[in-house]
Design a protein around this ligand. Structure first.
Ligand code: ADP
Ligand code: ASP
Ligand code: MG
Length: 423
């Protein structure tokens, strides 16, 4: 009688070279030898996905999305096949599967597909035969039978979806930091490791740039009741458990400061001040599959005048957004589309702010004292986000982290990612 099923996901840095891959293999084998049924989800090695994207742009300015997915999905296949070989050498049975072979069925939105269904019979069969199952993360097969990928960081979502489908006890996300921190430890070296974080806060953190867990994986875990344990692949320490709101012991005012440096701002100048204009703009962007984040509209002072509308989009989507909006210039009579590429965003997140006024005042004051100009602001009940120039983001994060006194006692050790900065 087995002990239950565990899903273990290893990120790119954790399988970057032969030594690290063998370490991951040994850890997977150990779990199997403890008596668990083990499914391991692997990411592409090191910066492989970045390299493949660069390869595509070397041969085409606008790579075909279907072919992009064929290309990108190879990275995680390599990791899984190599890991299976390493596991065989350690004396265990292992089989590697592509996302498609593992039964991950997605919609047809290439490069950012969503998982619709997991048909895990082949995994159950392999587990039944005592095999360790290695699944290539970040990919699936669409309802049109094409290979799809799940967006950057998508292996987290593969792992959570498999954990849900297999009824796993836990989904362990092994990464290059010891858990989820009060800020990105690469920017704030004395950030505090969170023992637990609520789904509510983790969703806001992932949505505002904490790439340690892909947003979709957190949503999926919350919707399907999957327990996520985010931890280091380099040591045995306990990491961060993502828990339900009821399970959270404390409700600090501020839990974390998050950031992103990959934003762009688009401003539509001279939008006619008529009902339906904003709806058309948002619809066109949604149809192009562009996620719009913050939106600001300057109402005209006098009736009949035109308005300006600004919003942020991920920098990678700027070109698509502009192309989708061009036709609206004629259709709606918009005067010009202006964009600003190098924007960033800093956010403070904390469930405690629901009941404490004054957080926004403190955020704005701290940024002001740093001489950082706030370009746009957005809030939710547990988050305040400010758009600032991308090059001021690290200063903004450090100033807010210190002003809200979020530091931990010990400075943590961050494992150097393969080949330099974070993958
Ligand atoms: P993996 O390849 O294992 O999926 P990622 O690079 O996707 O790893 O995510 C881990 C990285 O997330 C860390 O190296 C860290 O720099 C970054 N990060 C950003 N914000 C946070 C945070 N609040 N807590 C922990 N890590 C964070
Ligand atoms: N390899 C993919 C990426 O770099 C998916 C992942 O690592 O989760 O985004
Ligand atoms: Mg990741």
């Amino acid at each position: 009688m087995g002990k239950g099923t565990v899903v273990m996901k290893f990120g790119g840095t954790s399988v970057a070279d032969a030594e690290r891959l063998k370490r991951a293999a040994a850890r997977i084998v150990r779990k199997r030898e403890e008596g668990y049924d083990v499914v391991a989800v692997l990411s592409a090695r090191g910066k492989e996905t970045d390299r493949l994207i660069a390869d595509a742009f070397e041969v085409s300015e606008t790579p075909d999305p279907r072919e992009m997915d064929m290309l990108l999905s190879t990275g995680e296949r390599i990791s899984c096949a190599l890991c299976a070989m390493a596991i065989h050498d350690l004396g265990q049975e292992a089989v590697s599967l592509t996302g498609s072979q593992a039964g991950i069925v997605t919609d047809t939105s290439h490069t950012k597909a969503r998982i619709l269904d997991v048909r895990a019979d082949r995994i159950f069969e392999a587990l039944g035969q005592g095999e360790i199952v290695l699944v290539a993360g970040f990919q699936g097969v669409s309802t049109d039978r094409d290979v799809t990928t799940l967006g950057r960081g998508g292996s987290d979502t593969t792992a959570v979806a498999l954990a849900a489908a297999l009824g796993a006890d836990v989904c362990e996300i092994y990464t290059d930091v010891p858990g989820v921190f009060s800020a990105d430890p690469r920017i704030v070296p004395d950030a505090r490791k969170l023992d637990s974080v609520s789904f509510e806060e983790m969703l806001e953190m992932s949505a505002s740039g904490a790439g340690v867990l892909q947003l979709r994986s957190v949503e999926y875990a919350r919707n399907h009741g999957v327990r996520i344990h985010c931890r280091s692949s380099f040591d045995e320490s306990t990491g961060t458990i993502v828990v339900s709101e009821q399970e959270t012991m404390e409700n600090p005012l501020i839990t974390a400061v998050t950031h992103s440096t990959g934003e762009s701002r688009v401003t539509l100048q001279g939008v006619p001040d008529t009902p339906g204009a904003a709806g058309r703009i948002a619809t066109v962007l949604a149809e192009a599959n562009v996620n719009v984040d913050m939106i600001i509209q300057n109402e005209p002072v006098t009736e009949g005048q035109r308005a300006d509308m600004s919003f942020t989009v991920p920098r990678d989507d700027l070109r698509t957004a502009r192309e989708a909006l061009e036709p609206l210039c004629d259709e709606l009579g918009i005067a010009a589309i202006v964009s600003d590429e190098a924007m960033g965003k800093v956010s403070v997140i904390g469930a405690g702010m629901k009941t404490h006024p004054g957080v926004a005042a403190k955020v704005f004051t701290v940024l002001g004292e740093e001489g950082i100009n706030i370009e746009m602001i957005a809030t939710s009940p547990i988050k305040i986000s400010c758009v600032v120039a991308a090059d001021r983001v690290p200063d903004a994060v450090r100033a807010l982290h210190s002003a809200f006194e979020l530091s931990g006692e010990d400075t943590i050790r961050v494992e150097e990612p393969f080949g330099g900065s974070a993958a």
